[in-house]
Design a protein. Structure first.
Ligand code: FAD
Length: 558
């Protein structure tokens, strides 16, 4: 869609400008708009195009944070996990985790059992089952693929998974818009406007169409994840010498097809090489293996998994599931991101706190009013972080703080009392195959009928875009239109990677990208040149995933 910047943007009376539409920025924008504030949300790329799309996709208390005595973070996370299970039932689901206990591990049976008990106690109001402890035989009965050598038993517990956190972000941004917020993507903030010691607004560049704009508000929130320092570096009074806030660590993941010995549930394993925990998680019909944790000073706009990280994750997986025998050739694709953690140059990466700080610049030197920066934070706790931030904004504005309602109001796709019943009705009425109905429900929840409504004048938009022989990805044409018309997509990559999610399928959407662009040609007035350019840009972008599909097609690029 050719979305124009509103002509009156520089004089609109916004209450708050949020820079960065990752999970935290979009969550803040939604909560603020729901409480009646006039919000402008800006991102230099698409919504969820930063760290949020590179996470392990777990909505979890963070069992391992107990080791660092971060009880309040675990408690907060477990509370928010329950809220998300309720308010986004289509996107967040319970997932079982088995923790095998081996002789080589630093964390023995007693320690793991104590951790499990604490975890249960901290999630008193949980909807999922309590943990169980298995002996060696019970463990192998459940997961026969596990390496029996040195195995002493296992613990089993429940947490939750968001297969597509990207869609949680999209739904937050859409909901923010429904409550009056203005969201502009591909709007890069390159200056904070400071007058009389206060940030009064921002200057931003329209990345797609060119041109510069200003917007003003008494409060600005820098929710740019690992880019927080970069945005602050552009403040008039900040220079290179200012204190650094973010010290990111890189984490990489591998995606592989189901393999011999693959677990039925998620595995949470302590690595042999460095005692770091990592996950082998059933995800999207395949397995997600990750992650690493390495201090990172490289390019934040293109983070790529190194061969050493790939080998480390493959070796560890092959050790715990010996039949797997995974090689680099089995890797369908990889992805990597940088955790926006508080800057701590010393000590082990894993020990840096995963809690968040809402940094009020008026309370630190050099004192700047009207500006908050968000440091750290997890996917899991975005809602509570947003609540605390909007409370702080109201206080800054000198207004009475209304109560946040994000703990009870579902995200747009979750707006039903009974998601199961809704799903059954949708399946019987949609006229789609069971597989396609399931797919739409999983992605769009109760908005699935609105997606189908895009096909009202062209029934071909209800059919999968890839050839019938490969129904695997299943994206239908209507989703392309829905992404552009309703869900703030501006580019083909937005549609494939952060709306329909086919970009994270086994072929990273290289089998449907052209067909998706053709839907835009037929229905959205894209020219053939525009479509070609978008496909090329998409293919250039996904190079960073090191996709097998490219390695197969063009071996020289592998
Ligand atoms: C490897 C890895 C695994 C993780 N796993 C989990 C997990 O399983 N569970 C969990 O709870 N958490 C997990 N996390 C943590 C979680 O993903 C992040 O803390 C969270 O996504 C951060 O969100 P954010 O909105 O603060 O930042 P981001 O998602 O990075 O969003 C920042 C946004 O700011 C935009 N931006 C930057 N500069 C500008 C500018 N100048 N102008 C306008 N916009 C700008 C960017 O484009 C981006 O969209 C993981 C993180 C990583 C890296």
């Amino acid at each position: 869609m050719d979305r124009q910047i509103p002509q009156d943007i520089s004089i609109r009376p916004f209450d708050v400008i949020v820079i960065g539409a990752g999970i935290n920025g979009a969550g803040i924008a939604r909560d603020a708009a729901m409480r009646g504030l006039k919000v402008l949300l800006l991102d230099k790329e698409d919504v969820s195009s930063g760290t949020t799309q590179w996470s392990t996709r777990l909505i979890h208390g963070g069992l391992r944070y107990l080791e660092h005595y971060e009880f309040s973070l675990v408690r907060e996370s477990l509370k928010d996990r329950e809220i998300l299970l309720r308010t986004a039932p289509h996107l967040v689901r319970p997932l079982g985790f088995l923790v095998p206990i081996y002789e080589y591990m630093e964390h023995g049976r007693v320690m793991i059992q104590l951790g499990m008990m604490a975890y249960d106690a901290l999630s008193i109001e949980k909807s999922v089952e309590r943990h169980s402890i298995f002996d060696r035989d019970q463990t192998l009965e459940r997961e026969p693929g596990l390496n029996p050598e040195g195995l002493k038993g296992a613990a089993f517990y429940y947490d939750a998974q968001a297969e597509y956190p990207e869609r949680i972000v999209v739904e937050n941004a859409v909901s923010a818009g429904d409550h009056g917020a203005v969201t502009l993507t591909y709007a890069k903030v390159d200056r904070l406007i400071i007058e009389d010691g206060n940030v009064q607004g921002v200057e931003f560049e329209d990345v797609l169409r060119g041109g510069r704009h200003t917007a003003r508000a008494p409060v600005t929130i820098n929710a740019t994840g690992p880019w927080v320092d970069e945005v602050l570096g552009r403040m008039d009074r900040y220079g290179e010498s200012e204190e650094r806030m973010i010290g990111g660590t890189k984490g990489s993941h591998l995606i592989v097809d189901p393999f011999p010995g693959a677990p039925q549930t998620a595995l949470y394993v302590e690595a042999r090489e460095n005692s770091r925990p990592y996950f082998i998680v059933p995800w999207n019909g395949r397995y997600l293996i990750g992650t690493t944790d390495i201090r990172y000073e490289g390019n934040l706009d293109c983070v790529v998994a190194d061969d050493e990280e790939i080998d480390y994750l493959l070796n560890e997986t092959n050790h715990v599931v010996p039949e797997a025998n995974l090689t680099r050739d089995d890797v369908l694709f990889t992805y990597s991101g940088v955790r926006p953690l508080p800057y701590e140059p010393e000590g082990a990466e894993g020990s840096v706190s995963r809690g968040h700080i809402i940094y009020d610049h008026s309370e630190h030197e050099p004192k700047i009013g009207g500006l908050f920066s968000i440091i750290g934070g997890k996917l899991t706790t975005y809602r509570n972080l947003a609540r605390e931030t909007v409370d702080a904004v109201y206080e800054k504005l000198g207004k009475k703080v209304p109560k946040s309602r994000t703990d009870e109001v579902p995200l747009p796709g979750g707006a039903t009392e009974d998601f199961e019943a809704f799903s059954e009705d949708f399946k019987s009425e949609s006229g789609l195959t069971e597989e396609l109905s399931q797919r739409l429900l999983k992605l769009y929840g109760v908005c699935a009928p609105h997606v189908l409504a895009m096909a009202a004048n062209d029934p071909s938009l209800k059919r999968p875009l890839n050839s019938p022989a490969r129904v695997e990805t299943g994206i239908i044409g209507a989703e392309v239109l829905y992404a552009f018309r309703r869900e703030l997509a501006e580019k083909l990559s937005d549609v494939l990677l952060r709306r329909s999610m086919v970009g994270l399928g086994p072929h990273v959407a290289l089998d449907v990208d052209e067909a998706a662009a053709q839907v835009a040609v037929r229905h959205l007035d894209w020219t053939e040149e525009h479509a070609e350019r978008e496909v090329k840009e998409y293919r250039d972008y996904v190079q960073r995933f090191k996709p097998k599909e490219f390695r197969k097609r063009e071996p020289a690029r592998a």
